[in-house]
Design a binder for this molecule. Structure first.
Ligand SMILES: [Fe+2]
Length: 276
């Protein structure tokens, strides 16, 4: 039997897990149990105490091959298998990615042909207030759409691009320089078989085959629907939290936080597959 305690954090998604010692290698039984918990709760919050970078990578490797920082996103000289997300600056330059303020809803690496399965984000330093992560349950977002909208989007694809300045989306993206990928607007989760809405405000640029104004209007409806508070769990970080989310059926955003307080988290991604 896998021994840990699990407490759901909200009716939407999220469960808190205590009682796992990550300094010991996880058994196959434990990994299988945690995978089931991830599929059920979508976001797992481990109150795990201090863990090393190697330990964090080791945990992720139980769930698939890992993906680290995009080039040049880790400037503190640390292990590049981890992406650092931080507003901490050395010589005036942020040491990590996505340093400041609010961040719009997105799912990670959706501009790739194979976006992440999930990611494990560990908090080394958190501000006294804000910098919370909002997780939207995209199964729920899809299920609660009207039948008319469901049928309108059932065979649509969307283009997602990596072309933004931290939290600010550009007015239009540059196809010749920005990485982009096309994915179904409604994806089927490869493990649960459930349908999830798969567009996000930060990176989704257009709906393929629709006139620009129609595409923009429909996307706005879908973004606003997905972001409704009844689809969202807000995670208020504590130092040494390790959060593992399923990136295939959730999207996330960050709330603002004081610019004069330090925030430093490290992320390792797990390879996913092509959405269908
Ligand atoms: Fe993200």
């Amino acid at each position: 039997m896998s021994e840990y305690s699990l407490k759901p954090l909200s009716p939407v998604c999220g469960a808190e897990i205590r009682g796992i010692n990550f300094n010991h290698r996880l058994t196959a039984e434990m990994v299988a149990s945690l995978r089931q918990a991830l599929l059920k709760y979508l976001v797992l919050v481990f109150r795990c105490g201090k863990i090393s970078e190697d330990t964090q990578i080791g945990i992720a490797q139980h769930f698939g091959p890992t993906i680290g920082a995009r080039s040049a996103l880790r400037k503190d000289g640390g292990d590049r298998r981890l992406m650092v997300i931080s507003n901490v600056r050395e010589n005036g330059e942020p040491i990590g990615a996505l340093p400041d303020g609010e961040l719009m809803f997105h799912s990670d690496s959706v501009f790739l042909q194979k976006p992440l399965l999930g990611a494990l984000l560990y908090a080394e330093e958190v501000p006294s207030t804000g910098g919370n992560t909002l997780f939207a349950n995209m199964y729920q977002a899809y299920d609660s759409l009207s039948e008319a909208v469901k049928s309108k989007i059932s065979n649509l694809k969307a283009v997602h691009a990596y072309d933004y300045e931290t939290s600010v989306k550009k007015a239009s993206y540059n196809r010749s320089s920005a990485p982009f990928a096309e994915h179904p607007v409604v994806r089927t989760h490869p493990e649960t078989g459930r349908k999830a809405l798969y567009v996000n405000r930060l990176m989704t640029e257009e709906l393929v085959g629709l006139p620009a104004n129609e595409s923009k209007a429909l996307l706005e409806i879908l973004f606003a629907h997905a972001e409704r508070s009844e689809h969202v769990y807000e995670h208020v970080w504590k130092r040494e939290d390790l959060v593992f989310w399923d990136n295939r059926c959730t999207q996330h955003a960050r709330t603002n936080f004081p610019s004069d307080e330090r925030r430093l988290l490290r992320r390792v991604g797990i390879e996913g597959d092509t959405p269908f």
